[in-house]
Write a protein that binds this ligand. Sequence first.
Ligand SMILES: [Zn+2]
Length: 467
Amino acid sequence: MPIRFFNTYSRELEDFVPREPASRRIDLYTCGPTVYARAHIGNFRAYLFEDLLQRHLEARGYEVHRVMNLTDVDDKTIRGARQTGVPLSAFTSQFKQAFFEDCETLRVKPANEYPAATDQHYIEKMIAMIGDLVSKGLAYQAEDKSVYYRIKNFPDYGKLAHFDLEQLQSTGRVKNDEYDKEHVGDFALWKAWDEEDGDVGWESPWGRGRPGWHIECSAMSTALLGDQIDIHCGGVDNIFPHHEAEIAQTEGVTGKKFVRYWLHCEHLLVDGQKMSKSLGNFYTIPDVLAKGYSGREVRYALLRVNYRKPLNFTWEGMDEARESLGRIDDWLERLRTTANGPADHPSVSKGDEFESALDDNLNISGALGFLFETIRETNRAMDGGELDSNSANAWLQWWRQVNATLNLEPETTGLPAEVVQLAEERQRARLAKEWKKSDELRDKLSALGWDVRDTKDGQKVTRRAGA
Ligand SMILES: [Zn+2]
């Protein structure tokens, strides 16, 4: 069976055919966090769905090249920096660090690139794209000096979210501060500087200002992945206007189909309700860890429901996650014991039902159902002394394959806690491009007798010979 995904653009399950089937390379763009506060568990549900997607594609032999952007300039980040009285970059850097820390806790595979919107290179790319849109009549500078996208000149506008311009016109009320726009749905590409922006701003052909959120993703995805990509992900709340705008901007500039498959993750509810600070059901990863749960348990709890279904987060659900992982751990321990025992039969290959379930639009409940059915059956066989070491080894090997996708193996790194902690800090520093800090941490590890190497799969820490 081919891999199938539900494409938001067509509203249909489609066979997955990458842009260049022969190369096995897949370009994946995933909208990342706005770093004005610590991300909440709802955000991480989407990031974990993307992690599962990447790992499954890799299990099927694809080489996934993933980009996740960091939005480090917008109204919220500017307001936060002003309220705390620190420069914008200092304000956002703490939340970038926190984001990488949480990703690591949840065992999310790092993206190949984490471009930040305020990087001069990308600001220039955004300005170039906006200039191109203006010259094509797809954007205009309004009296308020901001530059807006002219949606009526892009006939496909609304196709992703499945509504038309008239609908938008009749539902939206023109707000006072938007009187300069030609159409209520026109969105800002470049926001003219105003007093509230303080020292945040860049020079452009339209005067001092800053980019709108949507153009950031168009610029960073085309800069790093080219004009066309295979898969673009985000949460359902990104569909409109963010992703609709990304299509209009990118295709307006390139004239080519931007994305082949749009995949969107449903909402996370907490105790059946929308998460909100006022309801007191708003949780970050450290909030959940503070209740005594591990990152691995949170990972399982947020992964176990298909991404197109709403997931209800509850503390009972966290306990169930713990119980399920306990069953996996006990099973692995029994298998390892049995694997040391006598061998009677040649081992047989264990098939790929787990992967086949995931081929079907990442049907994780089907895949986990198969895993636990397997655990039940092999446990029964071990109870009856009917499972020999060859078979136990074959199941252990099967588990390694499954675990490459789930990443739920119990923690046993074998490294001293202090070394693990320093290495994790260094990993975060590197992801945040804080090279000086990363070098200092390398020196600290070295002083303890541990060498660090940076490889394609991340850093490798090894005990130095003779240390
Ligand atoms: Zn985006």
